[in-house]
Write a protein that binds this ligand. Structure first.
Ligand SMILES: [Zn+2]
Length: 387
C-alpha cells in the first residue's frame, strides 16, 4: 500500500526525541520534504510546477487547457508539532491518485496535487504565506521583509534555498489552473469522535482575529520597592487574563493568551511593560466582537483579522454525497483551503478523525484505518469532480 510506504518515508524528517516535529519553511527539513514531493510526482509521471511563492504542484493532465481539480495540503509544521497536520493531506492526495489509476479512471479534467509552502507561519509569523502570496492576500514586499527568530528575512531564506525572492507575488497563472480545491486534513478537535465517523466534510472556518495588549508600569527593584509604591503591569495582566476568560465564556468564543513579552524580563525586577497577544475565534463574528468589547479598556491593537470562511456549498454537497453522507464540521483553525475560498475558488475540506482531539503537539493522532478511510473518501470525491 503506497500510503504506508509514504507515511514511513516522512516519519523521521524533522522529528525530535519527544516525538514532536519541527519542519519550518525553507529549512533543511523543508528541503527534504520538497524533494520527497518532487520524487513522488516523478515516479507517477506527474508534471511538477513550482509557482511564484514556491508552492509545489504535481499535475496529472494539462491544466493550462482545462483548469483542474486540486487536492493536497502542506508539509511544514509548528515547533513541536504532530505528524498528521499537513502531511496527511499530501500523502492521502498521492494515495487517492494511485487508487483512481488502479481503478482505471480516465479523468475528464486534470488532477493537481499541491504542497503549500509555510502554512503554519511558524518561522516568519504569517500563516498560510504560500497561498496568501499567490492570491495577493499577502503583499510581496511585506513578505520579503518578514523576519525569523534569528533576525533573517524571508528574502534571505529564499535566496539560500536557491529561489529568487523577487519572484514573489500574486500568481494568476497558478490560480487559473484551479477549478476547485479539496483539502484533506486531520481533525483538530473531537467532533468526529462524538459523531462516531471516520471522516467528515468542512462547513466553515470560524472568523479569527489576533490582538496585542500593552500593559505599562514602572520598572523598579524587587527587593527595595514597597508594595504600595509599585506600578506593576504583571498584576494588570492577571486581571486581563481573568477578564478574557469570563468574556469568552459569556460570548461562546475561544480566547487565548499564548504569548507574552515582559520588559525587562528580570527575575528581580518589577516589569516596566507586559505585552500580551490575544487570539479570539468563534462561530460568529459577533461573538468575537463581544469578547473584544469586554476588553475595551485595555485598548487592544488588532494585528490580524480573518472573516468567516464558508466552504462552497455545492462542492461540499458533492463531496458529502460521494462519501455516502458525512457529518459537517466547522473549524476554528485556519487552512490554505480558507485562503483559496476567500479568493473565490470553490473549496471543500475533508476531515479525518483524531482520537486525541489534540493538534500542534506530538499527541496529534489518527488511526491507520481512519487514514485509509480518508484516502477512500478523497478518491471517491475526486472521481466525481473529475468526471
Ligand atoms: Zn494544517
Amino acid at each position: 500500500m503506497t500510503f504506508a510506504r509514504m507515511w514511513s518515508d516522512l516519519l523521521p524528517v524533522g522529528r525530535a526525541g519527544d516525538g514532536g516535529y519541527r519542519r519550518f519553511a525553507w529549512s533543511a527539513e523543508d528541503q527534504v520534504l520538497r524533494e520527497w514531493f518532487a520524487g513522488e510526482a516523478s515516479v507517477r509521471g506527474l508534471d511538477l510546477v513550482t509557482d511564484r511563492a514556491g508552492n509545489q504542484w504535481a499535475w496529472w493532465g494539462a491544466p493550462d487547457a482545462t483548469p483542474g481539480v486540486v487536492t493536497g495540503s502542506h508539509l511544514d509544521s509548528v515547533p513541536g508539532g504532530g505528524a498528521f497536520d499537513g502531511p496527511l493531506g499530501v500523502i492521502s492526495a498521492f494515495a487517492a491518485l494511485d487508487l483512481l489509476r488502479e481503478r482505471g479512471i480516465q479523468p475528464a479534467r486534470p488532477l493537481g496535487i499541491a504542497n503549500f509552502v509555510d502554512e503554519e507561519g511558524a518561522r516568519f509569523g504569517v500563516a498560510c504565506a504560500g497561498s496568501r502570496l499567490i492570491t495577493g492576500a499577502l503583499d510581496a514586499d511585506r513578505a520579503r521583509g518578514l523576519r525569523d527568530a534569528d533576525g533573517g528575512t524571508l528574502a534571505d531564506a529564499l535566496s539560500r534555498a536557491g529561489r529568487d525572492p523577487s519572484a514573489l507575488g500574486r500568481d494568476d497563472e497558478a490560480l487559473r489552473r484551479i477549478a476547485s480545491f479539496v483539502e484533506l486534513h486531520v481533525e483538530q478537535g473531537r467532533g468526529l469522535v462524538h459523531t462516531g465517523d471516520a471522516v467528515g466534510v468542512g462547513r466553515m472556518i470560524w472568523p479569527h482575529g489576533r490582538w496585542r495588549v500593552e500593559l505599562r508600569g514602572e520598572a523598579n527593584h524587587a527587593g527595595t520597592t514597597p508594595l504600595a509604591d509599585r506600578r506593576d503591569p504583571m498584576l494588570d495582566l492577571a486581571g486581563l487574563l481573568r477578564r478574557v476568560r469570563v468574556a469568552a465564556v459569556q460570548a461562546g468564543a475561544l480566547a487565548t493568551v499564548g504569548k507574552l513579552q515582559v520588559d525587562p524580563n528580570g527575575v528581580n525586577a518589577i516589569p516596566s511593560r507586559v505585552t500580551a497577544w490575544l487570539d479570539v475565534r468563534a462561530e460568529s463574528e459577533s461573538a468575537v466582537h463581544g469578547v473584544l468589547a469586554a476588553l475595551a479598556d485595555y485598548a487592544p491593537d488588532q494585528d490580524s483579522w480573518t472573516p468567516v470562511t464558508m466552504f462552497d456549498a455545492d462542492l461540499a454537497d458533492t463531496v458529502a454525497d460521494a462519501l455516502g453522507g458525512s457529518p459537517r464540521l466547522s473549524t476554528g483553525a485556519g487552512h490554505d483551503a480558507g485562503i483559496l475560498a476567500a479568493a473565490g475558488i470553490p473549496t471543500a475540506m475533508i476531515f479525518v478523525r483524531n482520537p486525541s482531539g489534540i493538534s500542534h503537539a506530538p499527541a496529534e493522532d489518527a488511526e491507520e484505518a481512519d487514514c485509509l478511510a480518508g484516502v477512500d473518501a478523497l478518491a471517491a470525491a475526486l472521481e466525481r469532480l473529475l468526471a
